[in-house]
Design a protein around this ligand. Structure first.
Ligand code: IPD
Ligand code: CA
Ligand code: CA
Length: 264
């Protein structure tokens, strides 16, 4: 059992770090025409110095305050720790909207304790939003408590769907077809982490993507659970945290439909 005071301290630390990391990312966003955009696994998978330097800022703060914690970040990989805690960070989630001048990107900072998400903080600087949660301490958006409405389901609300170059176009089409056939509808804003935060805030009733990484979902998973939703556990048990897997987060009234649509 984790001590509340320890988690409270780590949550406050993560919130302050997300504010500073968000400000640095926003500074890059406001002068994005000066950035050199590189591609990774495919031409739609982009990255710049902004992603790397935001991750470096977060890593240096963690090393100062919690030197025994592990860190997994999208840009610099896994550095194992000794404390049982691992920070899981995506310095910019939604790099595609970021480089194309759209506001739907965020800094995502999660914390695992013995494999369980125990802190989740997501900063969306263009929107002026900070999502923050810790296990047993609830979830908040800009200080306002989040609590999911059980009457919302895929037919009376909107579902987020994601896709990337790891999956086939046909499999994405099948998911969207099944959702529409069931009376639902979908959005994709280019940031999976932010759309999972939207599940926590009730804007979306669920989020499904066939293949994402831990840095895309750990923070959002903590937020959704603390707001009263359900998440599909990220594959663990001796498996490298760097490998991807299916990601599903749902409000109570959407769990069964989204599991069926995802074939889970
Ligand atoms: C991507 C975004 C996107 C999702 C991809 C992710 P990135 O992360 O979350 O919405 O569909 O699977 O890889 O590259 O912007 O950090
Ligand atoms: Ca990401
Ligand atoms: Ca990223």
């Amino acid at each position: 059992m984790l001590a509340n005071t320890d988690l409270q301290a780590r949550l406050a630390f993560a919130e302050a770090m997300a504010d500073d990391a968000g400000a640095l990312a926003l500074d890059y966003f406001n002068r994005r025409e000066t950035l050199v955009i590189e591609t990774k696994s495919d031409p739609q998978d982009v990255v710049s110095i902004a992603d790397r330097n935001v991750e470096t800022l977060i890593r240096s703060r963690i090393a100062e305050v919690y030197p025994n914690d592990g860190v997994l970040g999208e840009e610099y990989g896994l550095e194992p720790g000794r404390s049982g805690y691992t920070w899981v960070i995506d310095p910019i989630d939604g790099t595609s909207p970021f480089v194309n001048g759209m506001p739907s990107w965020c800094v995502s900072i999660g914390l695992l304790h013995e494999g369980e998400p125990v802190v989740g903080v997501i900063s969306a600087p263009c929107l002026g939003e900070l999502y923050a949660a810790a296990a047993g301490l609830g979830a908040k958006l800009n200080g306002k408590v989040l609590s999911l409405d059980p009457s919302r389901n895929i037919r009376n609300a909107v579902t987020g769907i994601g896709a990337n170059g790891h999956v086939t176009p046909a499999s994405v089409a099948r998911i969207i077809e099944a959702l529409l056939a069931a009376g639902g509808t979908f959005v994709r804003n280019g940031s999976g982490a932010l759309m999972i935060a939207y599940v926590a805030s009730g804007r979306l009733v669920g989020y499904y993507e066939q293949y994402m990484h831990a840095w895309d979902c750990v923070a959002g998973y903590c937020l959704v659970k603390e707001a009263g939703g359900w998440v599909l556990p990220f594959p663990g048990e001796g498996r490298s945290l760097e490998k991807g897997g299916p990601v599903l987060a749902a409000a109570p009234g959407a769990i069964d439909d989204l599991k069926r649509i995802a074939g889970i």
